[in-house]
Write a protein that binds this ligand. Sequence first.
Ligand code: 3PG
Length: 399
Amino acid sequence: KTIEDLGDVAGRRVLVRSDLNVPIEGDKIGDDGRIRASLPTLVKLAKAGAKVIVTAHLGRPKGKPNPEFTLAPVAKRLGELLAPEGITVHFATDVTGDSAQEAVQELDEGEVLLLENVRYDPREESKDEAERGALADELAGLADVFVSDGFGVVHRKQASVYDVARKLPHAAGGLVLAEVEVLKKLTEDPARPYVVVLGGAKVSDKLAVIDNLIAKADKLLIGGGMVFTFLKAQGHEVGKSLLEEDQVEAVKGYLATAKDKGVEIVLPTDIVVAPEFKADAPATVVAADAIPADQLGLDIGPDSGQAFAAEIAGAKTVFWNGPMGVFEMEAFAGGTKAVAQALTEVDGLSVVGGGDSAAAVRQLGFADDQFGHISTGGGASLEYLEGKELPGLAVLEED
Ligand code: 3PG
């Protein structure tokens, strides 16, 4: 169901789950791509005269209020972005408590209210359905209808994503619909060759998805932190690099499966190393099978960047998730830059998935419209591609 299926929303309280999980340092927002991506749905509802109540999370505060994870800076940014539309943004300092209830009562038609970080409430992420249901009841009590627009969280079975949809008439927002439309193209008969590029630091998360993607893609290019676990699995030493010792056996399995299935796993042949994780540490390039014991790998090397770019250039469909190195530091940004550049030149569909990769391409000076699609979902887009059922999408199919 779409927002249109909810009928006239004028004067009604519409609860929207957005994904506003953006990088913040102090009170400074880094890449605000997810906030911007959430705007069209909020504007549409506000302009239609709805009282728009937004629930969202920031980071992982583990069920406790913690000023480090407040959404206050996000409310401020949202206010700045919606001001040109003439839309006022309010902020409630709790999730469903007095502040939220009073703010909802005072909310005018065409205004937006952002509730404080929903993960301050331990019931949000509880494994116990009754606990989540109790929070969902409180959230539902604030509104008349629910719009699910936080694509980045639809893989989470959480109160504000999943359970609340069962308590109110609900619809998918425009962002969720747009994301699904693009990702569907990748899963249903993608134009081949289909190349998947994986990197990033959330190593164990990604290792699990590789198993599933082996069956779907023609080639997997691996960079970022997880590469060292692959190199170790091939019998190489990785010095002080990031390594998940307990995943080495699993990676050996993936390599063997890929070989059986005729899927090529392409690993870097050279690595940029440094003695420490520091922007000004002296960087050198070494062969991937000769990382010195006192160094750690912080990027794929220039030869690998070129080789990856050539693989991407030959593809008709490319999905990329995760930076190739520590792109925030100039000395270790080359691999990510090479991959991003290659994606902009793809003659076919190129999709950038994940908060980190999206932030990387923007920080490196690329524009969003140079890519086929920049997904707001990291884990969510990967799980979609794996063919897993995403609870936050499945629940929207229910009556
Ligand atoms: C993300 O950053 O991928 C989403 O906002 C979900 O966050 P989570 O991984 O903490 O659930």
